[in-house]
Design a protein around this ligand. Structure first.
Ligand code: NAD
Length: 549
């Protein structure tokens, strides 16, 4: 799919400016990785656009050079896409769920089999390392497998006790909502485009997907694989563009599944509220990792490296605050900081780098602002703290800050980059207070040798997922369990039963037996006067004594 040069990597320690051999051609950096037109054209041909649309040019984060150019969708294109999807959905809803599951299982198999192309695209659009990109492939394999196997059970009709025992037969059905709009960010372009599309399609919906403009090709690659897996035409359509296109999508679909920032999430929720459609919002995090006094320090330090710097910290569930019990704080930092300094930064389309680039100039600006602000308020750099322009325009060293004052921006706001601050605490109670001292509540991590203690602490933490002795993968990858945010980190949940039920309408159908033989409430009421109430009072009292549900 692309051409690549020799192994690019560079130690991340502060002040280390080792020359970069073989990665970038200083005369012509844009030539380092090239997306061939024959790769781009068939992908772009899948977009729903028209001649009135504009154009978007994406950038190769590794070098800042142009990557691809494609037309964007107008609001009319979005409306047209939703209409096409709505027509296709009517037939899809009648396809047996086992066949819908087969398509998704085959999609998962294709993602695994053809991962090399997908990994190249994810890396070239997002700038992340290959191992972080692989997390996306693995995630899609897990999600498709889970919903293909368990989804039909989640969607099955459910009998519930009827109003009158024996006489009322009540079942709950899960009907598709119709067309689900998926708005995805750039940081996990494969995972976040399809994690909601997969259960939506299984439930009998159609999907119109709006990826971030920077990562549109990855979404189109996934759409192509879905078609090859047997998804009928128009059931997953991709529209291209920025916030205006996302807003137009919210105006036409029957449910909006949004992943992105808390600020945009509030706008999407407000519009969904006006239209009275369902909204699932997966938003930002300011996630803490607590190392308790009894933790196995070397394991916690090793795991914290990936938890903080996976995907260059541009991961909603990644750790931005290290809350260290004072009994182990120094020992932890003695293990952790050298590991961070030794991380290899690089831009290769291979597994040689521990961490890749930030995705854009805007991300770099935000990281620099947060670090500068913390330093101006008295914070100390334990590792990193430098822009690594010697590797590529948006590279930033993995950074550990100590003595970060409470009012520093990086102590309170999501940085969404490779920056973590250290806070020392004297007890589990103080740790819980610090962990909860934010308006966000997406993910948390607790390290202890005592699982019961971990669960006790978790019960007090205001976060949608809590990982004991893991950074974020254990809860995220347990896709049978709901995933989402407390407080300003989101609304609703993805994954598991909750994730697919959110993309359906619950319909209750009650069949009253005996009504045609005179055995109905109406017949009882026809007796008139107080008698019907007396009969019903006795019946309700008997049911209460029998503890009928
Ligand atoms: P963003 O909110 O700027 O953009 C996200 C998407 O929304 C993009 O596709 C954008 O084009 C679109 N958009 C913008 N305005 C819109 C509007 N008015 N209506 C509809 N769509 C609109 O977020 P971002 O900076 O691209 O992504 C990073 C953020 O995403 C971080 O805050 C991160 O924590 C969050 N995130 C959350 C999760 C999660 O699962 N909780 C996962 C990944 C990222």
């Amino acid at each position: 799919m692309s051409s690549s040069s020799s192994t690019p990597s560079n130690p991340a320690g502060p002040g280390d400016d080792a020359a970069l051999d073989g990665l970038l051609d200083p005369e012509n950096p844009a030539a380092t990785y090239v997306l061939e037109p024959e790769v781009v054209a068939p992908l772009v041909a899948r977009l729903v656009t028209s001649s009135t649309s504009g154009t978007h040019r994406s950038v190769l984060p590794f070098t800042g050079a142009p990557l691809a150019s494609f037309p964007t969708s107008s609001p009319a294109d979005v409306e047209h896409a939703v209409e096409r999807a709505r027509t296709a959905q009517r037939s899809w809803a009648r396809v047996p769920v086992a066949e819908r599951a087969r398509v998704l299982r085959d999609f998962g198999a294709l993602v695994l089999a053809e991962q090399s192309d997908g990994l190249d695209l994810v890396q070239m659009e997002s700038g992340k390392s290959r191992r972080s990109a692989f997390e996306e492939v693995a995630d899609l394999a897990i999600v498709t497998r889970h919903y293909a196997v368990r989804g039909p059970r989640y969607l099955a009709d459910r009998r519930v006790p009827g109003m009158l025992p024996v006489l009322t037969g009540t079942r709950v059905h899960r009907r598709p909502v119709g067309v689900v709009g998926v708005v995805a960010p750039w940081n996990y372009p494969l995972t976040l485009a399809f994690a909601e599309a997969v259960p939506a399609l299984l439930a009998g919906n159609a999907v119109v997907l709006k990826p971030d403009p920077q990562t549109t090709l990855t979404a189109l690659w996934g759409a192509e694989l879905l078609e090859r897996a047997g998804l009928p035409a128009d059931l997953l359509l991709v529209v291209a563009g920025g916030g205006d296109v996302g807003a137009a999508l919210t105006d036409h679909v029957d449910h909006i599944a949004f992943t992105g920032s808390t600020a945009t999430g509030r706008k999407v929720a407000a519009r969904a509220g006006e239209r009275l459609i369902g909204a699932t919002l997966e938003l930002g995090g300011k996630n803490p990792l607590y190392v308790a006094a009894d933790a196995h320090v070397p394991s916690a330090a090793r795991a914290a490296v990936r938890a903080c710097f996976g995907s260059s910290g541009q991961l909603c569930v990644s750790i931005e605050r290290l809350v260290l019990h004072e009994a182990v704080a120094d020992a932890f930092l003695d293990e952790f900081v050298p590991l961070v300094r030794a991380m290899r930064l690089g831009a290769g389309l291979d597994y040689s780098a521990d961490m890749g680039s930030l995705t854009s100039q805007a991300q770099l600006d935000r990281v620099v602002e947060h670090v500068d602000d913390a330093l101006a308020r008295g914070a100390r750099v334990l590792a990193g703290g430098v822009h690594r322009a010697d590797i590529g325009p948006f590279f930033y060293a993995p950074t550990v800050l100590d003595d970060v004052p409470h009012d520093a921006r990086c102590a309170r706001e999501e940085t969404f980059g490779p920056v973590v601050s250290v806070v020392r605490v004297a007890s589990d109670e103080e740790a819980v207070r610090v962990m909860n001292d934010t308006e966000l509540g997406l993910n948390a991590s607790v390290w202890t040798r005592d699982a019961a203690r971990g669960r006790r602490i978790a019960a007090q933490v205001e976060a949608g997922t809590v990982n004991v002795n893991d950074g974020y993968s254990a809860a995220w990858g347990s896709v049978g369990a709901p995933m989402g945010g407390f407080k300003a980190s989101g609304l609703g949940r993805r994954h598991g039963r909750e994730g697919i039920e959110a993309l359906t309408e619950a319909q209750t159908v009650s069949v009253q037996r005996g009504a045609n033989q005179g055995l109905s409430l109406d017949t009882l009421y026809e007796l008139g006067g107080e008698l019907p109430s007396r009969v019903l009072t006795t019946a309700l009292d008997v049911m209460r004594r029998l503890r009928l549900p």
